[in-house]
Design a protein around this ligand. Structure first.
Ligand SMILES: [Ca+2]
Ligand SMILES: [Ca+2]
Ligand SMILES: [Ca+2]
Ligand SMILES: [Ca+2]
Length: 259
C-alpha cells in the first residue's frame, strides 16, 4: 500500500513537476518576448553615452567651423582695407604734380617715409567761363584745369592716424580716414634711374608698402612674420602677437614729377 501511495505521489509529483516546468517555460518565453520589445538599463546607458559623444563631436566641429569662418571674414576685411588704401594712394600719387597749363604750382610738397603731401591742378576749368586750353572753345569736357591748385582735392596729404581710437592707425587722406587698421605705411622715393631721390622734384616713383591687420585677435595664431618693403628693409618686425596681417607693396609711377 505504502508502495502504491508512494508511486501515486511520484506520479502526481511527476505530473505537477511537468506543469511547473511548463509554467516556467511560458514565463521564460514571456520574458523573452518582453526583452525583445524593450531595452535594458545597460542598453539605455550605452545609447545615452553614444548620443552624448556624437553630439559633442558635432558641437566641436561646429565651433571649429564657426571660428574658421570668423577668421576668414576678418582676413577678408583686412585685405579689403589694404586694397582700398592702395587704390586711393595709387590714384592720387599718379596725378601728383599734374600741371597741364604749366602755370600751377603743382608738385610734391613734402615726402617722408610715413607721410606724403603733393598738389595738382585737375579741377576748376570745367565751368569757369574761360578757355583754359586756348583752343577757341570754353569749358569743354576735357578742360578740367585752371592754372591753380586751390580747388577741391588739388592739395592732398596722406598719413596714418588712429581716427576711431581703437588703438590701430588708419590711412588718412587730408585727415579723413579712407581705410581702417593700416598699421604701417612705408614710402620710398626713387628717381627716374631707380636711385634714391633726395629732393621732392626728383621723385619719379613712390614705392608704397602697407601692412594691415585684423581688428580682433586669433588666440590660436601668433604672427612671427617680419614685414619688409621692396628693398628688403624691415618695416614691421615680427610682432609676436595674435593679430593676423596682410601686406601689399606697389611701385607707383608719378607721371608728372621727377627726373
Ligand atoms: Ca574753362
Ligand atoms: Ca578750351
Ligand atoms: Ca585747379
Ligand atoms: Ca583706428
Amino acid at each position: 500500500m505504502a508502495v502504491s501511495l508512494s508511486g501515486c505521489w511520484r506520479r502526481d509529483a511527476a505530473h505537477g513537476g511537468g506543469k511547473e516546468r511548463g509554467i516556467r517555460a511560458v514565463a521564460r518565453r514571456r520574458r523573452g518576448l518582453c526583452g525583445s520589445a524593450g531595452f535594458t538599463l545597460l542598453e539605455l546607458l550605452v545609447a545615452l553615452c553614444l548620443s552624448v559623444i556624437t553630439l559633442s563631436a558635432v558641437y566641436v566641429v561646429y565651433l571649429s567651423q564657426q571660428k574658421t569662418s570668423l577668421v576668414q571674414e576678418a582676413v577678408a576685411a583686412t585685405q579689403q582695407n589694404l586694397r582700398t588704401a592702395m587704390y586711393f594712394l595709387e590714384r592720387d600719387i599718379r596725378m601728383a604734380g599734374c600741371n597741364p597749363s604749366g602755370s600751377a604750382p603743382a608738385g610734391i610738397i613734402t615726402a617722408s617715409s610715413s607721410s606724403l603731401r603733393f598738389t595738382m591742378d585737375v579741377r576748376g576749368g570745367e565751368g569757369d567761363g574761360l578757355d583754359n586750353d586756348h583752343d577757341g572753345r570754353v569749358d569743354e569736357p576735357d578742360e578740367f584745369y585752371d592754372g591753380d591748385c586751390l580747388d577741391a582735392d588739388e592739395d592732398v596729404a596722406y598719413s596714418l592716424g588712429d581716427s576711431d581710437g581703437n588703438g590701430v592707425s588708419d590711412l588718412l587722406r587730408n585727415g579723413v580716414p579712407v581705410a581702417q587698421n593700416i598699421e604701417v605705411m612705408d614710402l620710398v622715393y626713387l628717381r627716374d634711374d631707380g636711385g634714391i631721390a633726395v629732393l621732392p622734384e626728383q621723385i619719379r616713383y613712390v614705392e608704397v608698402s602697407l601692412v594691415a591687420r585684423t581688428g580682433q585677435i586669433d588666440r590660436d595664431f601668433t604672427d612671427t612674420t617680419n614685414y619688409v618693403n621692396q628693398s628688403g628693409t624691415v618695416i614691421l618686425a615680427a610682432p609676436g602677437d595674435h593679430f593676423r596681417r596682410r601686406s601689399l607693396s606697389v611701385r607707383i609711377k608719378c607721371r608728372n614729377t621727377g627726373s
